[in-house]
Design a protein around this ligand. Structure first.
Ligand code: ACM
Length: 265
Protein backbone atom coordinates (compact mmCIF):
# COMPACT_ATOMS: atom_id res chain seq x y z
CA UNK A 1 0.00 0.00 0.00
CA UNK A 2 1.43 3.35 -1.05
CA UNK A 3 1.00 5.93 1.71
CA UNK A 4 1.74 9.63 1.22
CA UNK A 5 1.79 12.91 3.10
CA UNK A 6 1.06 16.12 1.21
CA UNK A 7 2.56 19.39 2.38
CA UNK A 8 1.20 22.82 1.31
CA UNK A 9 1.22 26.46 2.36
CA UNK A 10 -2.41 27.57 2.63
CA UNK A 11 -3.09 31.32 2.33
CA UNK A 12 -5.20 32.75 5.13
CA UNK A 13 -8.86 33.06 4.03
CA UNK A 14 -8.01 32.55 0.34
CA UNK A 15 -10.21 29.56 -0.37
CA UNK A 16 -9.80 29.71 -4.13
CA UNK A 17 -6.00 29.74 -4.02
CA UNK A 18 -5.99 27.01 -1.37
CA UNK A 19 -8.14 24.82 -3.61
CA UNK A 20 -5.64 25.32 -6.44
CA UNK A 21 -2.79 24.30 -4.12
CA UNK A 22 -4.64 21.22 -2.91
CA UNK A 23 -5.46 20.24 -6.50
CA UNK A 24 -1.78 20.36 -7.42
CA UNK A 25 -0.97 17.98 -4.53
CA UNK A 26 -3.78 15.65 -5.64
CA UNK A 27 -2.36 15.63 -9.17
CA UNK A 28 1.11 14.84 -7.86
CA UNK A 29 -0.27 12.03 -5.71
CA UNK A 30 -2.24 10.62 -8.63
CA UNK A 31 0.88 10.56 -10.80
CA UNK A 32 2.76 8.77 -8.01
CA UNK A 33 -0.01 6.14 -7.76
CA UNK A 34 -0.69 6.89 -4.11
CA UNK A 35 -3.34 4.73 -2.40
CA UNK A 36 -3.73 6.72 0.84
CA UNK A 37 -3.01 10.44 1.16
CA UNK A 38 -3.01 12.75 4.18
CA UNK A 39 -3.26 16.54 3.78
CA UNK A 40 -2.62 19.22 6.43
CA UNK A 41 -5.06 20.67 8.96
CA UNK A 42 -7.34 23.54 7.80
CA UNK A 43 -6.33 23.22 4.12
CA UNK A 44 -9.22 25.35 2.93
CA UNK A 45 -8.89 28.30 5.29
CA UNK A 46 -5.41 28.80 6.67
CA UNK A 47 -4.87 28.92 10.44
CA UNK A 48 -4.29 32.35 12.02
CA UNK A 49 -7.70 34.02 12.03
CA UNK A 50 -8.11 37.53 13.46
CA UNK A 51 -11.85 37.23 13.93
CA UNK A 52 -14.50 34.57 13.73
CA UNK A 53 -15.99 35.96 10.51
CA UNK A 54 -12.73 35.02 8.73
CA UNK A 55 -13.09 31.41 9.85
CA UNK A 56 -16.82 31.33 9.05
CA UNK A 57 -16.33 32.78 5.56
CA UNK A 58 -13.58 30.28 4.71
CA UNK A 59 -15.40 27.25 6.15
CA UNK A 60 -17.36 24.68 4.18
CA UNK A 61 -19.98 22.00 4.81
CA UNK A 62 -18.72 18.46 4.50
CA UNK A 63 -19.26 16.84 2.01
CA UNK A 64 -21.08 19.57 0.04
CA UNK A 65 -18.26 22.15 -0.09
CA UNK A 66 -15.73 22.67 -2.90
CA UNK A 67 -12.81 20.98 -1.11
CA UNK A 68 -14.94 17.98 -0.20
CA UNK A 69 -16.06 17.65 -3.82
CA UNK A 70 -12.49 17.75 -5.11
CA UNK A 71 -11.33 15.20 -2.55
CA UNK A 72 -14.32 12.95 -3.23
CA UNK A 73 -13.52 13.03 -6.94
CA UNK A 74 -9.86 12.20 -6.32
CA UNK A 75 -10.77 9.25 -4.12
CA UNK A 76 -13.14 7.80 -6.73
CA UNK A 77 -10.48 5.70 -8.43
CA UNK A 78 -9.85 3.40 -5.47
CA UNK A 79 -8.10 5.80 -3.10
CA UNK A 80 -8.42 7.17 0.42
CA UNK A 81 -7.73 10.76 1.46
CA UNK A 82 -7.82 12.48 4.85
CA UNK A 83 -7.78 16.28 4.82
CA UNK A 84 -8.03 18.97 7.47
CA UNK A 85 -11.02 21.20 6.76
CA UNK A 86 -12.45 24.26 8.49
CA UNK A 87 -15.98 22.89 8.79
CA UNK A 88 -19.21 24.89 8.99
CA UNK A 89 -22.18 23.16 10.64
CA UNK A 90 -25.57 24.36 11.91
CA UNK A 91 -24.06 23.99 15.34
CA UNK A 92 -20.92 26.12 14.76
CA UNK A 93 -17.42 25.70 13.34
CA UNK A 94 -15.18 22.69 13.84
CA UNK A 95 -11.54 22.02 13.06
CA UNK A 96 -12.20 18.75 11.24
CA UNK A 97 -10.56 15.94 9.33
CA UNK A 98 -12.75 14.63 6.54
CA UNK A 99 -12.13 11.14 5.18
CA UNK A 100 -13.09 10.20 1.63
CA UNK A 101 -12.62 6.78 0.02
CA UNK A 102 -13.79 5.34 -3.30
CA UNK A 103 -15.84 8.47 -4.00
CA UNK A 104 -17.70 8.28 -0.67
CA UNK A 105 -17.56 10.51 2.39
CA UNK A 106 -16.59 7.94 5.03
CA UNK A 107 -16.44 10.00 8.22
CA UNK A 108 -15.56 13.39 9.69
CA UNK A 109 -13.50 13.61 12.88
CA UNK A 110 -13.78 16.88 14.82
CA UNK A 111 -10.65 17.90 16.70
CA UNK A 112 -10.95 17.34 20.43
CA UNK A 113 -7.91 19.20 21.77
CA UNK A 114 -7.92 22.79 20.56
CA UNK A 115 -4.62 24.71 20.56
CA UNK A 116 -4.31 28.34 21.70
CA UNK A 117 -6.80 30.65 19.89
CA UNK A 118 -8.52 27.79 18.12
CA UNK A 119 -10.96 27.75 21.04
CA UNK A 120 -12.11 31.25 19.96
CA UNK A 121 -13.32 29.95 16.59
CA UNK A 122 -14.01 26.26 16.96
CA UNK A 123 -16.11 24.03 19.15
CA UNK A 124 -14.24 21.02 20.51
CA UNK A 125 -15.22 17.66 19.04
CA UNK A 126 -17.15 15.42 21.42
CA UNK A 127 -16.61 12.04 19.77
CA UNK A 128 -13.89 9.45 20.18
CA UNK A 129 -11.40 9.57 17.31
CA UNK A 130 -12.43 7.10 14.61
CA UNK A 131 -10.84 4.06 13.02
CA UNK A 132 -11.99 3.25 9.52
CA UNK A 133 -11.53 0.07 7.52
CA UNK A 134 -10.40 0.50 3.97
CA UNK A 135 -9.17 -2.18 1.57
CA UNK A 136 -8.72 -4.57 4.48
CA UNK A 137 -6.57 -2.14 6.49
CA UNK A 138 -7.48 -0.01 9.51
CA UNK A 139 -6.72 3.70 9.70
CA UNK A 140 -7.05 5.98 12.73
CA UNK A 141 -7.64 9.71 12.52
CA UNK A 142 -6.56 12.46 14.89
CA UNK A 143 -5.60 16.12 14.32
CA UNK A 144 -2.40 17.97 15.18
CA UNK A 145 -2.41 18.96 18.91
CA UNK A 146 -4.09 15.64 19.74
CA UNK A 147 -0.50 14.37 19.55
CA UNK A 148 0.40 15.68 22.99
CA UNK A 149 -2.26 13.50 24.62
CA UNK A 150 -0.89 9.96 24.25
CA UNK A 151 -4.36 8.67 25.17
CA UNK A 152 -5.58 9.60 21.67
CA UNK A 153 -3.08 7.47 19.76
CA UNK A 154 -3.50 4.70 22.36
CA UNK A 155 -7.27 4.66 21.94
CA UNK A 156 -6.86 4.54 18.17
CA UNK A 157 -4.38 1.66 18.48
CA UNK A 158 -6.62 -0.22 20.94
CA UNK A 159 -9.47 0.18 18.45
CA UNK A 160 -7.30 -1.64 15.94
CA UNK A 161 -5.72 1.19 14.02
CA UNK A 162 -2.67 0.04 12.05
CA UNK A 163 -1.85 3.45 10.60
CA UNK A 164 -2.60 6.81 12.26
CA UNK A 165 -3.20 9.70 9.87
CA UNK A 166 -2.96 13.17 11.46
CA UNK A 167 -3.50 16.36 9.43
CA UNK A 168 -1.42 19.05 11.19
CA UNK A 169 -0.51 22.76 11.38
CA UNK A 170 2.42 22.35 13.77
CA UNK A 171 3.85 25.26 15.69
CA UNK A 172 5.58 23.66 18.69
CA UNK A 173 8.82 21.88 17.76
CA UNK A 174 8.08 18.54 19.41
CA UNK A 175 5.40 16.73 17.45
CA UNK A 176 7.49 15.10 14.74
CA UNK A 177 9.68 13.52 17.42
CA UNK A 178 6.71 12.67 19.64
CA UNK A 179 5.10 10.73 16.81
CA UNK A 180 8.13 8.44 16.83
CA UNK A 181 7.23 7.59 20.42
CA UNK A 182 3.53 7.23 19.54
CA UNK A 183 4.64 4.67 16.92
CA UNK A 184 6.89 2.73 19.28
CA UNK A 185 4.54 2.61 22.25
CA UNK A 186 1.60 1.46 20.10
CA UNK A 187 3.48 -0.35 17.33
CA UNK A 188 1.63 1.54 14.62
CA UNK A 189 2.57 3.49 11.50
CA UNK A 190 1.91 7.24 11.52
CA UNK A 191 1.68 9.69 8.61
CA UNK A 192 1.69 13.32 9.75
CA UNK A 193 0.92 15.88 7.01
CA UNK A 194 1.99 19.32 8.15
CA UNK A 195 1.76 22.74 6.54
CA UNK A 196 4.61 25.13 5.77
CA UNK A 197 5.05 28.90 5.70
CA UNK A 198 4.64 31.86 8.04
CA UNK A 199 1.15 33.28 8.47
CA UNK A 200 0.56 36.57 10.34
CA UNK A 201 3.84 36.02 12.19
CA UNK A 202 3.21 32.36 13.09
CA UNK A 203 5.74 29.93 11.61
CA UNK A 204 4.71 26.37 10.77
CA UNK A 205 7.29 23.64 10.78
CA UNK A 206 6.67 21.40 7.74
CA UNK A 207 8.82 18.26 8.12
CA UNK A 208 5.84 16.06 7.25
CA UNK A 209 6.78 12.47 7.90
CA UNK A 210 5.84 8.80 7.93
CA UNK A 211 7.01 6.54 10.77
CA UNK A 212 6.92 2.75 11.07
CA UNK A 213 5.96 0.51 13.99
CA UNK A 214 9.47 0.66 15.44
CA UNK A 215 9.65 4.45 15.26
CA UNK A 216 11.85 4.63 12.18
CA UNK A 217 11.22 7.67 9.98
CA UNK A 218 10.47 6.17 6.59
CA UNK A 219 10.43 9.62 4.99
CA UNK A 220 10.50 13.25 6.02
CA UNK A 221 9.98 16.37 3.93
CA UNK A 222 11.77 19.72 4.31
CA UNK A 223 10.26 22.69 6.12
CA UNK A 224 10.16 24.85 3.03
CA UNK A 225 8.73 23.04 0.06
CA UNK A 226 5.22 21.97 -0.94
CA UNK A 227 4.74 18.53 -2.46
CA UNK A 228 4.30 14.93 -1.41
CA UNK A 229 6.46 12.20 0.11
CA UNK A 230 5.39 8.58 -0.17
CA UNK A 231 6.44 5.13 0.96
CA UNK A 232 5.11 1.63 0.47
CA UNK A 233 4.12 -0.04 3.75
CA UNK A 234 2.55 -3.27 4.96
CA UNK A 235 -0.01 -2.11 7.58
CA UNK A 236 -0.44 -5.73 8.76
CA UNK A 237 2.93 -5.46 10.55
CA UNK A 238 1.12 -3.28 13.09
CA UNK A 239 -0.99 -6.22 14.25
CA UNK A 240 2.10 -7.72 15.91
CA UNK A 241 2.39 -6.03 19.31
CA UNK A 242 5.27 -8.17 20.53
CA UNK A 243 8.36 -6.21 21.63
CA UNK A 244 10.47 -9.05 23.07
CA UNK A 245 10.01 -12.81 23.37
CA UNK A 246 8.19 -12.13 26.66
CA UNK A 247 6.64 -8.72 26.20
CA UNK A 248 3.68 -7.41 24.29
CA UNK A 249 2.76 -3.72 24.41
CA UNK A 250 -0.94 -4.48 24.66
CA UNK A 251 -1.13 -7.82 26.50
CA UNK A 252 1.30 -6.65 29.23
CA UNK A 253 -0.76 -3.61 30.23
CA UNK A 254 -2.47 -3.31 33.63
CA UNK A 255 -5.44 -1.06 32.80
CA UNK A 256 -6.83 -1.44 36.33
CA UNK A 257 -3.77 0.47 37.59
CA UNK A 258 -4.27 3.32 35.11
CA UNK A 259 -7.83 4.34 35.98
CA UNK A 260 -6.55 7.77 37.07
CA UNK A 261 -6.14 8.51 33.35
CA UNK A 262 -9.90 8.48 32.85
CA UNK A 263 -10.79 10.46 35.97
CA UNK A 264 -11.58 14.16 35.58
CA UNK A 265 -9.25 15.27 38.40
C1 ACM B 1 -2.18 22.77 16.30
O1 ACM B 1 -2.87 21.97 16.92
N1 ACM B 1 -2.52 23.20 15.11
C2 ACM B 1 -0.91 23.25 16.86
Amino acid sequence: MKLAVGQIEPQICNVEENLTRVKSILEEAEKADVDVLVLPELCNSGYVFNEISEATDSAESIPEGPFSKELLAWSRSGRLVVAGICERTSDGLYNSAAVFGDGEHIITYRKIHLFLNEADWFKAGQDEPPVIEYEGYRFGVMICFDWIFPEVARVLALKGSQVILPPANLVLPYCQDAMITRSIENRVFTATANRIGTERGVKFSGLSQITDIKGNRLCQMSNGKAGIASVTIDPMLADNKSITARNDVFADRFPGLYTRITQDD
